[in-house]
Design a protein around this ligand. Structure first.
Ligand code: ADP
Length: 540
């Protein structure tokens, strides 16, 4: 007996929402207005777009880049490009001109679709991106002239496309998406997703153990669509026919709270910095917003402070889902939902679990190993290099195989982690951020989380500083909340109750703010440079 072997491609998933939920809305907040249309409109416009791009000369396998905030046109590109067999290349608009130039040339993009307000950022690359034949401007004000050369207007282009365009046959191993990691060291690295990898990621991603989404949800991806595919949400929502809400360029706490209230958002996703902004807005304006529709807040990209997880769950009565992933993992890797038996555990025990990055997504496998490649115990304490494998995990970088990152068919994540007896993984650190003190490892993430729970502390980043005896020792860089006073003693008192003596930071410095990367993570490279000559009081 055999089963059919249909190709695991995207059109069958992307069309599902527009066929089964044609009346469901897609809402995009723009600077001057709110745009609304339905899945039926989305399906029609995605076909028009595909037809128009085909007429423009875009062929299967061609890389078409986007340079845009979250919104309906970006969603149309997410839909049309994979379904027509082209490659959606999402450019991170917060990158430097040099990184963007490298990425566009490395990807050999042929077309860039850009939000009109972002055009000046691209114009820095005038004369430096020779493979790009067309710039398509997404605006409502007609053609834009640009130093980049003649541009096309997105809406005019769509008018020339037909709604009757039918998706071609596509091989499941064909490329469909390209995303570069933000490149904290060296050049950015490209991850090329295939139809098959993304098809499987979308199906697993919707399941209860991952995002748990259904057609009843109203989903707001605050995570940018240029950051690891907005964590797969645009694809999963289209498959489910779930209402989608896009915040556009404004992602401050007040805007996000207002959108949750107005659109009755049930599920939202973003990095910890976004949720800190939302928490501050809610704390400063008690009773101002009705967020009773919200059921789930997904948080990934870096470790959320324990106090924040607790605050949201206790005050909003929502499930705060902590998740871990990477551009290389499409990105859903591990997600944290408690097991039913944990309902009987104490509040603090449950928080202990919630603080971990979660359980591996259905379809993937994880391991933790020491430097010799031996498995380390799953006791929640022993740290090892985190390896992961599965059908939506990268097996090489685009035009840059980097075999060391992919030993024996696994991805070496560059993260150091523990796994507990229940299977919950926790990121102890990125291997380059670990503090290596006399051969022992200190997790900067654990210390940061503890410091961020001290009243009056807004943010804390712990970095390794050179030490004559121990090679490296931790230095805590702390940002106080506006108007609050925090002392070193208060922080040491708090840490003393929770950590072994040798984990204590050798010094604590107060800084104005923690520098952030293009995707909102603590930029420890900048901090390390800033404190490279710092002499620890213990170094005498
Ligand atoms: P970049 O490398 O540019 O930061 P990614 O967005 O792909 O790009 O980042 C992946 C990395 O982010 C992971 O390897 C891990 O170090 C970190 N990360 C992601 N989620 C978490 C989390 N829940 N806790 C701690 N670190 C996380």
């Amino acid at each position: 007996m055999t089963m059919m072997k249909t190709q695991l491609t995207m059109p069958v998933l992307m069309d599902r929402g527009s066929i089964l939920a044609p009346e469901v809305e897609i809402v995009s907040k723009m600077r001057d207005r709110t745009h609304r249309y339905t899945y039926a409109d989305l399906g029609r416009r995605a076909r028009r777009l595909a037809d128009a791009l085909t007429k423009l000369g875009v062929k299967q396998g061609d890389r078409v880049a986007t340079f845009a905030w979250n919104g309906y046109r970006h969603l149309e590109l997410y839909y049309a490009l994979p379904c027509m067999g082209a490659v959606l290349h999402t450019l991170n608009l917060r990158l430097s001109a040099a990184d963007l130039e490298y990425i566009i040339n490395h990807a050999e993009d042929t077309v860039i679709c850009v939000d009109d307000e972002l055009l000046p950022l691209l114009e820095r690359l005038a004369g430096k991106i020779p493979t790009v034949k067309h710039i398509i401007v997404m605006s409502n004000s007609g053609n834009k002239s640009s130093v980049l050369g003649p541009t096309l207007d997105y809406e005019e282009l769509l008018e020339g496309g037909s709604e009757d365009f039918s998706w071609p046959e596509i091989d499941e191993n064909a490329a469909m998406g390209l995303c570069y990691t933000s490149g904290t060291t060296g050049h950015p690295k490209g991850v090329m997703y295939t139809q098959r990898s993304n098809h499987l990621h979308t199906i697993s991603g919707a399941s209860i153990d991952c995002l748990g989404l259904s057609r009843s949800d109203v989903v707001m991806a605050v995570v940018p669509m240029f950051h690891a595919n907005a964590w797969g949400l645009p694809y999963i929502c289209c498959m489910m026919g779930a209402k989608q809400v896009f915040p556009g360029a404004t992602m401050d706490g007040a805007t996000i709270c207002q959108l949750i209230q107005d659109e009755k958002v049930t599920f939202t996703a973003g990095v910890p910095t976004i949720w800190l902004g939302v928490m501050n807005e809610l704390q400063n304006n008690p009773g101002k917003y009705d967020l009773s529709s919200l059921k789930t807040m997904l948080c990934g990209g870096s470790a959320p402070p324990r106090a924040m997880i607790d605050w949201f769950e206790t005050n909003l009565g929502i499930e705060f889902v902590h998740a871990w992933g990477m551009t290389e993992t499409s990105p859903l890797g591990c997600l944290n939902h408690l097991k039913p038996k944990m309902n009987d555990w104490s509040h603090e025990q449950r928080l202990d679990v919630k603080q971990r990055a979660g359980i591996v997504a259905p379809g993937l496998e994880i391991r933790i190993v020491d430097d010799a490649g031996n498995e380390v115990p799953h006791d929640g304490v022993a740290m090892g290099r985190l390896l992961i494998r599965g059908p939506w995990i990268a097996s090489s970088y685009y035009k840059d195989p980097a075999p060391d990152k992919f030993p024996d068919g696994w991805l070496d994540t560059g993260d150091v982690a523990t796994i507990d007896a229940e299977g919950y993984m926790a990121i102890a650190d990125r291997s380059k951020d670990l503090v290596k003190s006399g051969g022992e490892w200190i997790s900067s993430v654990d210390l940061e989380n503890a410091i961020m729970a001290v009243p009056g502390v807004a943010e804390a980043a712990v970095i390794a500083v050179n030490h004559p005896k121990w090679q490296e020792r931790p230095l805590a860089c702390v940002v106080a909340k506006p108007g609050a006073t925090v002392t070193k003693e208060e922080i040491y008192d708090y840490l003393g109750k929770n950590f072994a003596k040798w984990w204590m930071p050798d010094d604590i410095v107060f800084i104005e703010s923690v520098p952030k990367t293009s995707v909102g993570k603590f930029d420890k490279k900048v901090l390390r440079n800033q404190f490279s000559d710092f002499t620890l009081p213990t170094a005498e």
